[in-house]
Design a protein around this ligand. Structure first.
Ligand code: F6P
Length: 544
């Protein structure tokens, strides 16, 4: 692997000073380290002291960011420049949470008024559904809301609904259908009454195979009960950028909430794609969430890199990914409501930075986006933490905890937080063979019970999980992804890698269709021998 020349100073720093330096030593040499390497801002306490870094490392990482013109790139994004060069699009999710009085221009047009016009329409609609004023075709109020979407049109809504369930209107049921596997739709609807069910068909393009297939099944399911085409107007709304396709599907554009091509799917949960979230928590709390996003946007845009949370988080990801050859990052929220947060982050991080060529189209000669994964604590501790503690792979971890429980119950919360702190401590400092032996372990067993330690983590603590805090946390990761992509000089906002599979599936779909009863021959297969055999096996198996 060869790094660009501007990485040279960091490479030398890594190999001469940092590779073998131990956190035990860093903490022993600097009793204030735990306070010095923390930032307390926007209600987030960000402790990055348990990383294999020194002040010099941070300085060199920031030098790298400067050489990569991170500031200029940030300004370009906020100014609406077309930084998604392969799709010739601006990248303006920050405009989705800009206050009414701000101005952000795309092609000379201020987009903030349109953003708020849609938010206002969403709010009016949500109030109708939440109050029961919006009636279904037979006059019954809506009790069930089903979002149909996939990728960015699903993961954000699901994650936000789960994360903010505590704040949701509990007499409404929310379900999310994404998979083209019919089980997803059937299980989501099996106990629901079509008269009381509203579908939100969420798709930026309104052409996505999974979503359109599920939307058609939803219409059939609705009409099978309500037996009148007019019911569609009361039971279906659409969220999309594609008015023509929405109308073609049969949803009145009066029941459509729009957004714009400068919002990437995985950055769209603040747009009308968040309609289910807004119905769940109400317009005011949705706006509080946007306020949290905006606060982090402003922090990212204006704060010097030394104190800038997304910049530091992004640079640490680069540090481990490219110098320590760490291939993954574990996100470990110690908050049950954040159970879908790691899944949400997987699309955000990996669809953004899973790229192998630079903006100029040259193949990169270094590692780009790491694999993000995780589970809520403490469940992961009884599953995969063994490997993080004693395996052969280095896995930087993000621990996320809250000072206050939303559901206080006995001493549960103390036990939960004790585990956050203990895990980060154990990973960093481990237990030496001498310490193991000193506690009476026989020599032969000591290696098995030794913890090498020196395993890095960030701990993020906040007061309690609120809509606003959730917004801050998501924007933190969004801008960390942007920082990483800027250092790697890749386009973090396109996703060409998902296309080939879609095209090949379109070719295979007719090849799987049941043969005509007239006995027409099945279409000949012209794939590789493996794919041909798999398709043939499926055709035969289906017939039996
Ligand atoms: O999986 C590719 C992708 O294009 C994602 O980027 C996007 O979030 C998802 O499909 C859904 O797309 P749409 O909202 O257009 O249905």
């Amino acid at each position: 692997m060869t790094f660009p020349a501007k990485w040279g100073a960091l490479e030398a720093h890594y190999s001469t000073k940092m590779r073998d330096l131990r956190l035990r030593q860093l903490f022993a040499e600097d009793p204030q380290r735990g306070e010095r390497f923390t930032i307390d801002v926007l209600g987030l306490y960000f402790d990055y002291s348990k990383h294999r870094i020194t002040t010099e490392t941070v300085g060199l990482l920031i030098d790298l960011a400067q050489q990569c013109e991170l500031r200029k790139h940030i300004d370009a994004m906020f100014a609406g420049e077309k930084i998604n060069i392969t799709e010739n699009r601006a990248v303006l999710h920050v405009a989705l949470r800009a206050p009414r009085d701000e101005q952000i221009f795309v092609d000379g047009k201020d987009v903030v008024p349109e953003v708020h016009a849609v938010l206002d329409r969403m709010a009016a609609f949500c109030e109708q559904v939440r109050s029961g004023a919006w009636k279904g075709h037979t006059g019954k109020r809506i009790r069930n809301v089903i979002n149909i979407g996939i990728g960015g049109s699903d993961l954000g809504p699901v994650m936000a609904y789960e994360a903010l369930k505590y704040y949701s209107q509990r007499d409404l049921t929310f379900r999310f259908v994404s998979n083209v596997d019919g089980t997803d739709f059937v299980e989501a609807t099996r106990d629901l009454d079509a008269e009381e069910t509203l579908f939100i068909v969420s798709s930026k393009t309104f052409t996505t195979l999974e979503t359109m297939t599920n939307a058609r099944s939803a219409r059939e399911w609705t009409l099978a009960s309500l037996k009148n085409e007019k019911a569609v107007a009361k039971h279906f709304v659409a969220v999309s950028t594609n008015t023509a396709k929405v109308e073609e599907f049969g949803i009145d554009s009066a029941n459509m909430f729009g957004f714009w091509d400068w919002v990437g799917g995985r950055y769209s949960m603040d747009s009308a794609i968040g309609l289910s979230t807004m119905i769940a928590i109400g317009p005011q709390q949705f706006r509080d969430m946007l306020g949290g996003f905006h606060a982090m946007d402003e922090h990212f845009r204006t704060t010097p890199f030394e104190r800038n949370l997304p910049v530091l988080m992004g640079l640490l990801a680069v540090w481990y990914n490219d110098f320590f050859d760490a291939q993954t990052v574990a996100v470990l929220p110690y908050e049950q409501y954040l159970k879908r947060f790691p899944a949400y982050l997987q699309q955000l991080t990996m669809e953004s930075n899973g790229k192998h060529v630079t903006l100029q189209g040259a193949k990169v000669d270094y590692q780009t986006g790491p694999i993000y994964w995780g589970e809520p604590g403490t469940n992961g501790q009884h599953s995969f933490y063994q490997l993080i503690h004693q395996g052969t792979k280095l896995i930087p971890c993000d621990f996320i905890g809250f000072m206050k429980a939303l559901n206080p119950l006995g001493n549960h919360h103390d036990l939960l937080l004790a585990n956050v702190f203990a895990q980060a401590e154990a990973l960093a400092f481990g237990k030496t063979t001498e310490e193991v032996k000193a506690s009476g372990t026989p020599d032969w067993l000591a290696p098995h019970k030794t913890f090498e330690g020196n395993r890095p983590s960030t701990t993020i603590l906040a007061d309690r999980l609120t809509p606003e805090t959730l917004g801050k946390l998501i924007a933190l990761y969004e801008h960390s992804v942007f920082t990483q992509g800027t250092i790697w000089e890749i386009d973090s906002f396109d996703q060409w890698g998902v296309e080939l599979g879609k095209v090949l599936a379109e070719r295979i779909i007719p090849e799987l269709a049941t043969p005509e009863p007239t006995g027409n021959a099945e279409p000949p297969l012209q794939h590789d021998s493996s794919t041909n055999a798999l398709i043939q096996r499926y055709r035969d198996g289906k017939r039996k």
